[in-house]
Design a protein around this ligand. Structure first.
Ligand code: SF4
Length: 359
């Protein structure tokens, strides 16, 4: 007898694991025949509603997550996917809040709804396929072929998404195209006067309200921005190894590994670390990378965010950092120029030097 879906709709909070994994989620749940209900994009109202449920010293992403669950409940969605991602490889762990997300949400939001809460714990032998089988079983699907097809559909969209971001397509464009089944490849790489890499969790960086639109702000200042999605997992792993660091945290590749890659290949003029105030794992990772940056003379700024972060102060810090990078680049050009060209470089505007028109 054919399996019958226990629920017709599944809610996905647009927070935490959504940011890196939604292409997979989309392919998997659609293949099973579910309608996906996404919470709205993060707003101040969503942050405030989540903040009401969570103790004040919890990090911003968890407060935001709670706000998104409330948003889904307000939309009438009664089945919500809240995975417990414990470890992503043997002894490669997530922080306790991500591990315990279903428990946290169940205990703080005292409303009737069903949580679909599979566990990924490779340290305990619960791998990726077990995770998706557990999800499908909770939805009433037991047939192995149906589950395998859904996993394959998830991989297809996820791989397309990663192919696009690796080739330089922006996060939003890659996500949109991947779920529409399109594969877009960026062929022209725009040269900008300065470039930086942002080391941050996807859920902090690509949530435009949490990051206060950091990527767009930098691009407006003439800065080319690289993120962990522009490189492969293997490149991050290799860079981490070359720096002599050992991966411990599940998100280490998108933070330390990514920063290490750009630090070692000297492709950027500076590193911006963006993290949530009070995040233990991030502060360890930022410390680690700061130490290597000091050794290699790479400028780094650490921006922390919480629900009170004001846009004005945030912009001032970014502008000051970009300005410092510009002056540093200009001075390097002057130092390396032949004596005759030096005076000319000093006399022309820094923008011209940086765009290369002064060579
Ligand atoms: S890694 Fe940090 S920011 Fe992310 S959920 Fe854990 S404590 Fe919060």
């Amino acid at each position: 007898m054919k399996d019958t879906l226990r629920y017709k709709k599944i809610g996905i909070p647009r927070a935490i694991s959504y940011y890196n994994n939604y292409p997979f989620y989309y392919g998997f749940f659609k293949s099973l025949g579910l309608e996906i209900i996404l919470s709205d994009k993060t707003t101040t109202a969503i942050i405030n509603s989540g903040t009401k449920y969570v103790v004040s010293d919890t990090c911003l992403p968890v407060k935001v997550y709670a706000g998104h669950v409330v948003n889904l409940l307000e939309k009438g969605c009664e089945t919500i996917f809240i995975p417990s991602i414990q470890s992503t490889d043997y002894k490669i762990n997530n922080c306790s809040k991500i591990r315990g997300l279903p428990e946290i949400i169940r205990n703080i939001i005292n409303k009737p709804f069903t949580i679909i809460e599979p566990t990924l714990d490779k340290t305990e032998g619960l791998g990726f396929y077990d995770f998706w089988t557990e999800t499908a079983n909770a939805l009433g699907i037991k047939d192995q072929k149906t589950i395998k097809n859904a996993v394959d559909a998830g991989w297809k969209i996820y791989d397309d998404f990663m192919t696009m971001t690796n080739s330089g397509v922006s996060y939003n464009e890659a996500l949109q195209n991947a779920i529409e089944g399109k594969l877009l490849k960026k062929t022209v790489d725009i040269v900008k006067p300065l470039s930086v890499v942002i080391m941050a969790h996807g859920y902090n960086l690509f949530d435009e309200r949490i990051s206060l639109n950091l990527i767009k702000k930098l691009e407006k200042m003439g800065v080319k921005v690289y993120t962990s999605l522009n490189i492969s997992r293997e490149q991050s792993q290799e860079a981490l190894k070359k720096l002599g660091e050992i991966q411990y945290w599940a998100n280490e590749l998108e933070l330390t590994g990514c920063a290490a890659h750009y630090l070692l290949n000297k492709k950027v003029d500076g590193i911006i670390a963006l993290s949530a105030f009070g995040c233990g794992p991030d502060s360890l990772m930022v410390d680690e990378i700061s130490h290597h940056c000091k050794e290699k003379g790479m400028p780094l700024i650490h921006l922390t965010i919480d629900e009170h972060t004001g846009e004005a102060g945030f912009i001032t810090r970014i502008e000051a950092f970009v300005d410092m990078l510009m002056r540093k680049k200009r001075n390097t050009l002057i130092q390396n120029a032949k004596p005759k060209a030096k005076a000319d470089i000093i006399n022309i505007k820094k923008e011209k030097i940086l765009t290369g028109s002064a060579k």
